[in-house]
Each structure stands twice: as structure tokens, then as C-alpha cells.
Design a protein around this ligand. Sequence first.
Ligand SMILES: NC(=O)c1ccc[n+]([C@@H]2O[C@H](COP(=O)([O-])OP(=O)(O)OC[C@H]3O[C@@H](n4cnc5c(N)ncnc54)[C@H](OP(=O)(O)O)[C@@H]3O)[C@@H](O)[C@H]2O)c1
Length: 345
Amino acid sequence: MGRPAHLYFRILCMHLPHIDFGQTGLNLPRIGLGLAALGRPGYINLGHAEDLAYDYVVEAMERRTHRMLDLAYELGIRYFDVARSYGRAESFLRSWLFNNGHHPEDITIGSKWGYTYTADWKVETDFHEIKDHSLEVLQKQWEESKLLMPFLRLYQIHSATLESGVLDNKEVLAHLGELKQKGIKIGLSVSGVDQPRIVELAMMIRVDGVHLFDSIQATYNILDQSMDKVLEAAAESGMGIIIKEALANGRLTNRNQKADFQKNKQVLDQIAQKYEAGIDAIALAFVLARPWAHVVLSGAAVENHLRSNISAASILLNSEELNLLEDMKMKPEAYWEERSGLKWN
Ligand SMILES: NC(=O)c1ccc[n+]([C@@H]2O[C@H](COP(=O)([O-])OP(=O)(O)OC[C@H]3O[C@@H](n4cnc5c(N)ncnc54)[C@H](OP(=O)(O)O)[C@@H]3O)[C@@H](O)[C@H]2O)c1
């Protein structure tokens, strides 16, 4: 090969802009793929059941996931986001990585612990996942997720909240500190109206005098912009930032037929026409316009949606367009209440 391995792989995905993922030493393309909608029959995204064509045969869902991963790789994506609670997402990803001889220097996996998948491969069930941020769950789920090594470089607490008490759990923090010493980057994902407060607390946590958390994964999009300031500060402090739900679980796509969204949709359509793109790409370009939004996740489960999402990387919105989109923000309380009403399908 002659050239350093990472340079060789850089050339393969030239068409997606790269960025330093905070001070983690990782340099990643700015769009990643999340597998929340691909690894299990049920999820909250609008139109999820149609996406899967109601075909929940494990082998069929694995083939679908592999097709999406092949396309994502072809389009330049090199960061893939999973979690123990995403059903079989980790095993689908693992078979794709090892069956295709992918190279650990080329692909970065981030997984999450703390939610356990309890839906038993069903769409209709009382509990799809159960949250428990205890040391026992961390140790058990690490043993499961570490099968993705050496591609697994980032290990995140799944939806850390004040209520779960995980940020005050000395045993858990110490165990994460040990994983960090072994070279694993440690992160957390956050959800809900308390996202800003949780991130502020996490930024202050040290284990053996060293900042524990290397990265934050947070919800940020046109409808919920409440994380603006705290994520900018976290990035300035050297943390890597991953944005999830950049399309508000499909509410910032053509699928949103709600009456109170149509006025916003008209504005999004006008901007989209100018760039000959979908409104999803405009919504993603809005997030990519934030220099601290290092990696923005696509949650697509069908190929043409992923292609459309990727086109956001070549859209540079002007200040007038950014202002128009900023004016669409909701109150975080209203945003999360609406989200909690989304049906598992
Ligand atoms: N607490 C956490 O840590 C947490 C929570 C949520 C998400 N995440 C991560 O973030 C990733 C992305 O988030 P997300 O999937 O929840 O939400 P999202 O990215 O906000 O929304 C994805 C939804 O938008 C739809 N979509 C995308 N492009 C479209 C298009 N061109 N036209 C119509 N519909 C389109 C997708 O439909 P299709 O499925 O049909 O493509 C999917 O239903 C997840 O996969 C996961 O990795 C983490």
C-alpha cells in the first residue's frame, strides 16, 4: 500500500467533508449512520413499518441492514452508531464488518449501554426497552458489545438522565474510567428537556483527575435548538459532538402531514427547490452549518432516504435562510412532549 493506511482510506471517501472529533484523535466524515431503525421490528420514526415493508424475518432485516451499510460506505460514511437496545443491530453490523473484510482503521463504531431490548422482536408490546444504568448492566453489556472490537472505539451511556443517577454513581464512573485507560473513548447520549443541564454536569466529571467524557450525543434540529450554547461550549472544551434526531424522527421530512407544520413546510420547500434537494437535506444542512456539530447522524432505513440525506453535505445555507429556519424552533417542552406521543410502529 505504501501510503499510511488512514490516508489510503481517506481517499476512498473524499466526497464527504471530514472533521476532528473533538480532541479524541478521531477524524471522521461529518455524516454518520445510526441503526436505531434497522436493528429491530419496532421504532418510533414516522413510517417505520412501511420502511421495513412489514418484513420482520431476521435474515431479511439483516440483508436490508447490509444493503444500507454497503450504500453508506459507498457514500463515504465511516461512523456507525448502535446500541444494545437496538435489537440485533450490533450483530447485523458485526457480520457486515467481518464478512466484507473491512479494516478497523477505516471504520469507527460507537455503541451505547444502559437500555436493554425487551420487545422480543415484536412491534406491539408494553416495553420495547428498559433503562438501568447500574454497574451490573454496564459489565454485562460491555461483554456483549466488545464483540465489535477493534472497530468499537466509542462507548456511550445511553440516554443519561438526572433521574437515572448514573452521573453520581462512583462505581460506574470508575469502571468507565478503566475502559478509557484501555483506549476506549467514553461518551454519553442525552435526551429530554434536561439535555443542557445533564451535559453541563457531565463536562465537570473527572476520574483520577482526568475528564471522563470524550463525547456527547444529543438531539439538535430545527425544531429543538435548545442545545446550541452548551454543545458549542462542550466542543470548545475538546469534546466530540454527535447529533441525533436531526430530522426529529421524521417530523422534518415530507412525511409530516400535521396541519401545524405546513407553514414551516412551505418555507422548507422553497429553500429545498433552490438547492434541488429534499427538505430532509435542508434540515440536515441546518445542523451541519454548526461547526460544533462534528458528526450528524442519518437515521435512514431506506436507500433513497440515505442518498437524499447525504446531499446535505454539499448545501451551504446563507444567513437569511438560516434565520428563517431558526425562527421555526419550538419550546423544548413542546418538542419533547410531541416526541413522546410518537407511536412505536
Ligand atoms: N438516546 C439516544 O442515544 C438516541 C435516540 C434517538 C436516536 N439516536 C441515534 O440517532 C440516529 C438517528 O436518529 P433517528 O433515526 O431517531 O431520527 P431522525 O434521524 O431524526 O429521523 C429519521 C427518520 O426520518 C426519515 N427520513 C429520512 N430521510 C427522509 C426522506 N428523504 N424522506 C422521508 N423520510 C425521511 C427516516 O425514514 P426512513 O426510516 O424511511 O429512512 C426516519 O423515519 C439513530 O439511528 C440512533 O443511532 C440515539
